[in-house]
Write a protein that binds this ligand. Structure first.
Ligand SMILES: Nc1ncnc2c1ncn2[C@@H]1O[C@H](COP(=O)(O)OP(=O)(O)OP(=O)(O)O)[C@@H](O)[C@H]1O
Ligand SMILES: [Mg+2]
Length: 463
């Protein structure tokens, strides 16, 4: 199905064009400004761009420089008052056609039908959600995904919560030779320790109380495909031994059976913790770590991705607009505030925030809505200078207060970032109750609950 980007400030003309293209079974996106069109191009490459010659913020032909791929979209310039010089200039710069308004819709239909769908379109149905972002660090990540995907190497995804590790795992599977086989995500931290072994390896009927029929585990169900072991460090240590044995021998047995079954799965594992710290604490086996860590991939935090914040924010807004048939926009000030925030919850937090801002705004999302997005937390707030000679206990204390400050006083999130349990954090705060910083923190963030209670949101921005 061809995808068309219409760029025109004349919304009446865009609507008419959109209706005609819908009849031709095309999908369309409409932008009214060059700036919006450039964001759209980063999100999804169209087959065709139909662009007005003059836009409020520039000349339509400038979009020809934004193609950037080896299969660029065809660009058609739409002129209100045509001149021969402009038409010549358009063709010289590579436009596919030059049409005069009001458009001859027959000609538009002929043009759209004349081009084969892009290769990526033919594969689109099998594709996972797009991994958006144009920052250098994301381009490197995409390059590495492309290199490792067609191999059989195990991949270990490392990155903070909400950075997109599961999305990366889906993209690896989709670009692998196994893409027609299952992709099976398993959250090792969410299955009860009593059931995890049976979930992973399966069981025979009668092998334990309640096992009233045979059950195929993840290794069997993912056969031929990819098994995504999310939060792998949370897997009980005794099970890690068994997992290692499967990975090394390629065989396993269902619980209650002596029959060896062969496995043919590719493993992608992920964690948002520091694996070496987990090894030191005895929560991750070193041998399993080496087996999983054949190809480590770090998924960067959102605050490291520069302009990607704009692309993602616009993408989520487009998604909500698309779902509700609205046309809400972000004011430039609001966009700047988003870019200044450090997003400890990463892309997930940005998505949740955009959803909330979308619901609360009528037409334009304004900066005041983002007041609670602490634009004041700049990169300096992310650094803690500790003089050599400090005691470890003092460093702990400083780090805890700084992290709480960074998280707007939300203890659950601070505990996650610090890699300690909420209970440990409470114990520490009890210890520090006479410290002035505890009182100052309380005064700055009065009534901040230890965990966010609004269903569906994890964001500290909601406080
Ligand atoms: N680059 C991206 N482009 C588009 N959407 C993204 C991107 N990265 C993350 N997302 C979206 O952000 C949300 C969180 O992503 P995901 O679940 O993959 O994170 P995660 O790293 O697995 O988090 P956790 O460690 O908490 O499990 C999802 O809705 C995902 O689709
Ligand atoms: Mg995940």
């Amino acid at each position: 199905m061809p995808h068309v980007l219409i760029v025109d400030a004349d919304t009446e003309s865009s609507c008419a064009l959109r209706a005609v293209l819908a009849d031709e079974a095309c999908t369309c996106t409409v932008a009214t400004h060059l700036r919006q069109a450039i964001t759209q191009l980063a999100l999804q490459q169209p087959d065709w761009i139909l662009v007005a010659q003059q836009l409020p913020d520039g000349c339509g032909l400038d979009l020809l420089q934004e193609g950037g791929s080896d299969d660029p979209p065809g660009l058609v310039l739409m002129a209100d008052s045509p001149t021969v010089e402009q038409a010549v200039e358009a063709f010289r710069r590579g436009a596919a056609d030059y049409l005069v308004k009001p458009l001859d819709m027959r000609r538009v239909r002929q043009l759209i039908g004349s081009r084969r769908p892009r290769r990526s379109d033919l594969q689109r149905s099998a594709e996972p959600p797009q991994l958006l972002g144009n920052s250098a660090i994301m381009q490197t990540l995409r390059d590495h995904i492309g290199r490792v995907a067609p191999t059989e190497a195990s991949v270990l995804l490392l990155g903070e919560s909400g950075t997109g590790k599961e999305l990366v795992a889906q993209n690896i599977h989709a670009a692998s030779l196994r893409h027609r086989q299952p992709f099976l995500p398993v959250n090792c931290g969410a299955i009860s320790p009593q059931l995890i072994e049976s979930e992973i390896f399966g069981h025979e009927r009668g092998s334990f109380t309640g096992a009233d029929r045979q059950h195929k585990g993840y290794f069997e169900r993912a056969s031929g495909g990819t098994l995504f072991l999310d939060e792998v460090i949370e897997m009980p240590i005794e099970l890690q031994v068994k997992l290692l044995r499967v990975l090394e021998t390629g065989t396993f047995m269902r619980i209650g059976s002596n029959q060896e079954l062969h496995t043919d799965v590719r493993i992608v594992a992920a964690t948002n913790r520091d694996p070496e710290g987990a090894i030191a604490e005895g929560r991750l086996r070193l041998d399993l770590y080496h087996r999983l860590n054949v190809f480590p991939l770090r998924v960067p935090a959102l605050r490291e991705r520069g302009k990607d914040i704009e692309i993602l924010a616009q993408h989520f807004l487009d998604e909500f607009n698309g779902c509700h048939g609205t046309d809400k926009t972000l004011s430039p000030k609001a966009m700047a505030a988003l870019c200044n925030y450090h997003w400890p919850g990463n892309v997930r937090e940005l998505r949740n925030f955009m959803q909330r801002a979308y619901i609360l705004s009528d037409r334009v999302i304004e900066a005041p809505l983002l007041d609670t997005a602490p634009a004041r937390c700049t990169a300096t707030a992310l650094t803690l200078a500790v003089p050599v000679g400090s005691s470890l206990a003092d460093v702990d204390r400083q780090l805890i207060f700084a992290t709480l400050e960074l998280c707007g006083g939300v203890k659950k999130r601070a505990a996650d970032l610090l890699g300690i349990s909420l209970k440990t954090l409470y114990n520490r705060l009890e210890e520090y109750s006479n410290d002035d910083r505890a009182a100052a923190l309380q005064a700055r963030h009065p009534g901040v609950p230890s965990a966010i209670v609004v269903p569906g949101y994890e964001s500290g921005l909601l406080n």
